[in-house]
Ligand binder design. Structure first.
Ligand code: PXL
Length: 267
C-alpha cells in the first residue's frame, strides 16, 4: 500500500475559511497530504475583519497534540496563530516530546485588520522555545522587523535580518516579500550559508487574506513528502501565486485566496 503522508497544523480557526487551520487543511489536501489539526484559538472572522478571539486552554492544546502524537504521528508540523506565551511553551514542549520533524513556524502576529493574534509578551517565548526547533520560519517583513527589532528597508536589511533569525536557532529562514513595494515579490531563503531568491510578478488584488498561512502550509506539505526546503519553498511559491491570481471574489472585504487553483493548473 502507498504510504499516506500526514501533516499537523497547530493554529487558530478562521471561521471565514481563508486563513488559519482552514487554509492549512485545504492546502494539505490539495497537495495530497492528510491534514490534522490542534486548535489554539477560535476566531469569529470574515473578510471584513476579526469580530472575536477565543483562546483554548493550555490543557486543550496539549491534549490535542497528545492524541495525534500517541497514535497517528505526523511527517511535518506547522504552527500558526499561538496567541500566548503559555500556549507557545506547551506547543514547544509537545513537539520535543514527540520528536516531530519538519517544523514550519509561521510567526503570526496580527491579522490584516490589526487584531492581535499573538500577545506582545509572547514574543520572548516564541524566540526562546519555538524558533530553535524550527526547520523553517516564514516571517513577512513586518514580522521579521518585530522579531529582530530592526527596520527592514531594502534587501541588504533583509539579509541581515535573516542572519539574525538564523542566530535564534531556526535551520532555514524565509523572509517573504509580499509587504515590500517592488513590482516583483521576492522571497528570500537563507540556510546559514547561502541566500536563494524566489521571484514572482506582484499581483494587484485586495484578496490576499490567508496568503501567509497558505504559503507556510504548502511548505509543510512538501517537507512532509520528503522535499528539500529549497524545493518546498519553490512549490509553495507556485501554489500561492496560483491561489492569489485566481482569487474567488467572495465576501465584501479582503477575500480569501483560491486553494484549488494550483491543482487545476497542474492537472
Ligand atoms: O494570516 C494570519 C492568520 C492566522 N491564523 C488565523 C488568522 C489569521 C489572519 O487573519 O485569522 C486564525
Amino acid at each position: 500500500m502507498r504510504k499516506v503522508v500526514k501533516a499537523l497544523t497547530i493554529a487558530g480557526s478562521d471561521s471565514g475559511g481563508g486563513a488559519g487551520i482552514q487554509a492549512d487543511l485545504k492546502t494539505f489536501q490539495e497537495l495530497d497530504v492528510f491534514g490534522m489539526s490542534a486548535l489554539t484559538a477560535v476566531t469569529a472572522q470574515n473578510t471584513l475583519g476579526v469580530q472575536g478571539v477565543y483562546p483554548m486552554t493550555v490543557e486543550a492544546v496539549e491534549q490535542q497534540i497528545d492524541s495525534i502524537g500517541s497514535d497517528l504521528g505526523a511527517d511535518a508540523v506547522k504552527t500558526g496563530m499561538l496567541f500566548s506565551s503559555e500556549i507557545i511553551q506547551a506547543v514547544a514542549g509537545k513537539i520535543s516530546e514527540y520528536g516531530f520533524k519538519n517544523l514550519v513556524v509561521d510567526p503570526v502576529m496580527i491579522a490584516k485588520g490589526g487584531a492581535t493574534l499573538l500577545q506582545n509578551e509572547a514574543l520572548i517565548a516564541l524566540k526562546r522555545y519555538l524558533i530553535p526547533l524550527a526547520t523553517v520560519i516564514t516571517p513577512n517583513i513586518p514580522e521579521a522587523e518585530v522579531l529582530t527589532g530592526r527596520q527592514i528597508l531594502n534587501m541588504e536589511d533583509r539579509k541581515r535580518a535573516a542572519k539574525m533569525l538564523f542566530g535564534f536557532g531556526a535551520a532555514h529562514i524565509v523572509i517573504k516579500g509580499g509587504h515590500d513595494e517592488n513590482r516583483e515579490a521576492i522571497d528570500l531563503l537563507y540556510d546559514g550559508n547561502e541566500f536563494v531568491y524566489f521571484s514572482s510578478e506582484r499581483i494587484e488584488t485586495k484578496n490576499t487574506h490567508g496568503t501567509g498561512c497558505t504559503f507556510a502550509a504548502a511548505i509543510t506539505a512538501e517537507l512532509a513528502k520528503g522535499s528539500t526546503v529549497n524545493e518546498a519553498v519553490q512549490t509553495a511559491k507556485r501554489f500561492i501565486e496560483a491561489a492569489i491570481f485566481n482569487d474567488l471574489g467572495i465576501g465584501n472585504g479582503h477575500g480569501p485566496t483560491n486553494h484549488w487553483a494550483y491543482r487545476r493548473e497542474n492537472k
